[in-house]
Design a protein around this ligand. Structure first.
Ligand SMILES: C[S@@+](CC[C@H](N)C(=O)[O-])C[C@H]1O[C@@H](n2cnc3c(N)ncnc32)[C@H](O)[C@@H]1O
Length: 231
């Protein structure tokens, strides 16, 4: 178990207002991405790219990168950051990978989707909270990604996904196994609650979610990176 508190090291990313600021989850997923042995020109898809932090990282690793987001601001931000970092990234405005077409599939799909349990049962239609709010159990977008992953990946392809321990790492591993993929928790880290979780602490406690995550004076959240491989 490690503590992830730094921002993405040395990236210097520009962001339009309302676009997700890379943080502990981005760093943890970036670490897992760096650990992958990507062949030059490997096809990588970053779902929910935000500022493009992970897309730029994958491109720097020599991958051919496609990045998607439902937010136009995120799409424009990622395009700008690709130019800023001298990387070619195909950026698409779409829900998950809906408008990518069915080509050959990807060698690796990386995603930091919205995963924060929220009092609203539906994902927000707009605004900054679209980056984190994900229904009562935090799994609204996570489960949709799991359902799509096998069709997006080539045989032997890898899914890397970060989410909160509050959403249930075991549930994610079990669901992926149910789609025929081999899955495991590849990384874990503890991070202090940020303003979003702090603002809904009473609601999380009432649902028995906050109490599982530490209990000290400063509430702590566990982040997990799930690594799954298509057989
Ligand atoms: C937690 S942020 C992650 C941003 C970035 N990948 C990072 O790690 O810093 C989640 C991103 O997913 C996007 N998003 C939310 N729902 C989506 C969907 N259904 N399809 C594609 N992107 C989505 C949000 O707009 C946001 O940019």
């Amino acid at each position: 178990m490690t503590t992830a508190t730094r921002t993405v090291p040395g990236m210097g990313l520009w962001r339009l207002p309302g676009v997700y600021h890379p943080q502990g989850d981005t760093v943890l997923l970036g670490r897992a991405l760096r650990a992958e042995d990507l062949r030059p020109g490997a096809d990588v898809l970053d779902i929910g790219t935000g500022s493009g932090a992970l897309a730029v990282l994958a491109a720097r690793m020599g991958a051919r990168v496609t990045a998607t987001d439902v937010s136009w601001r995120a799409v424009l931000t990622t395009k700008a950051n690709a130019v800023r970092h001298g990387q070619r990234i195909r950026v698409r405005h779409t829900d998950l990978a809906a408008r990518l077409g069915s080509r050959d599939g990807f060698d690796l799909v990386v995603t930091n989707p919205p995963y924060v349990p929220a009092p609203a049962g539906r994902p927000p239609a707009r605004g900054a909270s679209r980056a984190w709010d994900a229904g009562h159990d935090g799994r609204l977008v996570v489960d949709r990604v799991l359902a799509h992953a096998p069709r997006l990946l080539r045989p032997g392809g890898v899914l890397l996904m970060v989410h909160s321990g509050m959403c249930g790492a075991e549930t994610t591993v079990r669901k992926l196994a149910g789609t025929g993929m081999s899955a495991e928790v590849a990384e874990r880290a503890l991070v202090p609650y940020g303003p979003v979780l702090t603002g809904r602490l009473a609601w999380l406690q009432a649902r028995g979610l906050a109490s599982q995550q530490g209990g000290g004076a400063q509430p702590i959240e566990e982040l997990v990176v799930i690594r799954a491989e298509r057989r």
